[in-house]
Ligand binder design. Structure first.
Ligand SMILES: Cc1cc2nc3c(=O)[nH]c(=O)nc-3n(C[C@H](O)[C@H](O)[C@H](O)COP(=O)(O)OP(=O)(O)OC[C@H]3O[C@@H](n4cnc5c(N)ncnc54)[C@H](O)[C@@H]3O)c2cc1C
Length: 447
């Protein structure tokens, strides 16, 4: 059997490895547009901050390791077309036959329709190539100040990275809050953390033009915003890269539609990762939620099914965690804005809790927001913010697991969680937050 894989990042490599695990004799060829197979693009900010010094440290696997798995690697090999009828793909002036094909072309950075986005010194950040260009520009031009357009998690990680690197940083967000994936009170804590660390933050400000002036870029925005910087980074989101996909059903934002086996509308063609719509485990419908964690899972499922398996993707919950300076914010499931968007009745209760017994040195406060259905007590989601050492991601993962198992909020108390005073409490903060949610909810219902 001959398997072709377009894309050599999270989705592509996960599929390729799974196929080879199941079918050792399979011919698997992986085509990628750049020369960095299986690199961690999630690690890019930490290279630019200089916390990681070697480019190769970002490789999940070396080229030799990939080749040793029997996977054929075709780097710098952009595929231009898919001939669905004849089962062929074409790129670099030749075509290749496939029995089964995976499309794992990921996403590309969105570029806002404003003047000046193509000026030297203006960058987007998606690929290792983008990262190296930014690095070179910083060094060549001795950049000591930068403006970031976009307060999503990549903009925030980059603000942190460039401050660590010694630059002065301005961050501009068009919406009323940074990090729109969490509710406003948590986003305000993130904003304070950025400001405390020297980031000049503007919200409710839409960038309208970037202008070249001697030695600098002048950035103009609404509310008379004006700022002069040596480098501008655009981080306003992504869109699925499906430009080579025709005659295959697409949906939301042009992302490829798949079923939960990662099969597209065309037989023998599968798709996974940031180029597809994602099945949401709670909403039971497809959404667009591009994340590396999701791409890995979907790629593996696609690979297994391509090699004859029958597994289904169990769905995303938008589980996400991000570190900004010494602050960590995590979220999973639905928040207030999601509930309003989907017209769901909801109650959110916020709790301030110690991350471990406060008599033991180093205890810090966490804020946990639990959201659930006030009538059925169904657990919808949670958001947690606190210090890096406070095991935020573990605690978000507990809630994600509970949502996957259709828990009601009070059932969080039934889970046998670990305890030692240095790390938690006999009731973990997640459970205390669930207790507070249940008490307040009962109180309100009995009124
Ligand atoms: C700075 C940054 C930080 C991030 N941090 C996190 C994080 O902390 N956690 C998290 O879960 N996610 C994070 N992400 C998102 C995560 O990196 C993506 O969701 C993930 O990489 C998607 O994997 P993918 O394989 O679907 O696509 P991509 O990683 O986008 O890869 C697409 C692949 O397809 C290839 N390709 C595209 N078109 C063609 C073509 N026509 N022919 C041949 N090859 C082609 C590309 O060369 C590439 O190899 C981050 C992203 C960025 C940019």
């Amino acid at each position: 059997m001959n398997y072709s894989i377009i894309g050599g990042s999270d989705a592509g490599i996960s599929a390729a490895l799974r196929i080879k695990e199941i079918d050792k004799h399979a011919q698997v060829d992986m085509f990628l547009a750049d020369e960095y197979p299986n690199y961690s693009i999630c690690g890019i900010p930490f290279y630019l901050s200089k916390e990681i010094n070697h480019l190769n440290s970002l490789a999940h696997r070396s080229v030799e390791e990939i080749l040793s798995k029997g996977i054929g690697l075709h780097t710098n090999h952009t595929i231009h077309s898919i001939d669905v009828a004849n089962r062929q793909i074409a790129g670099n002036n030749r075509s290749y036959h496939y029995d089964k094909l995976l499309i794992g072309t990921g996403a590309v950075s969105l570029i806002p329709p404003i003047q000046g986005v193509d000026l030297p010194g203006v960058f987007t950040l998606r690929w290792i190539g983008d990262m190296l260009r930014i690095e070179e520009y910083i060094l060549q031009h001795q950049v000591n100040n930068a403006l970031i357009i976009g307060g999503g998690y990549i903009g925030l990680e980059m603000a942190d990275a460039l401050i660590k690197r010694g630059l002065r940083v301005t961050l501009v967000e068009a919406l009323p809050q940074v990090l729109t994936s969490v509710d406003l009170p948590l986003a305000e804590m993130v904003r304070s953390k950025l400001q405390d660390n020297g980031v000049n933050v503007f919200v409710n400000t839409k960038i309208e033009e970037i202008e070249s002036i001697p030695g600098k870029l002048k950035v103009h925005g609404t509310n008379d915003f004006g700022s002069e910087n040596q480098l501008v980074l655009i981080a306003v989101g992504v869109q699925p890269e499906t430009s080579l996909v025709h005659n295959i059903e697409k949906g939301f934002k042009g992302a490829i539609k798949t079923n939960r086996k990662m099969e597209t509308s065309v037989p023998n063609i599968y798709a996974a990762g940031d180029c597809i719509e994602t099945y949401h485990a709670f909403l039971k419908e497809n959404v667009y939620l591009p994340l590396g964690s999701t791409a890995h899972k979907q790629g593996r499922i696609a690979g297994e099914n391509m090699a004859g398996g029958h597994v289904e993707y169990q769905g995303s919950l938008g589980s996400q965690v991000v570190k900004i300076f010494d602050l960590v914010v995590g979220r999973t499931g639905l928040n207030d804005k999601d509930c309003e968007k989907y017209n769901l009745p909801y109650r959110t209760v916020s709790s301030e809790l110690w991350d471990h017994k406060h008599y033991y040195p180093g205890a810090r406060q966490l804020t946990i927001r639990i959201t659930g259905n006030p009538d059925t007590e169904e657990l919808y989601g949670a958001q947690i913010i606190g210090h890096t050492g406070s095991e935020i991601s573990k605690r978000i993962d507990i809630i994600a697991t509970a949502i996957h198992n259709n828990y009601r909020v009070p059932q969080l108390n039934d889970i046998d969680l670990t305890y030692t005073p240095t790390l938690s409490s006999p009731w973990d903060p997640v459970q205390m937050a669930a207790q507070k949610w249940t008490t307040i909810n009962k109180g309100n219902r009995e009124k």
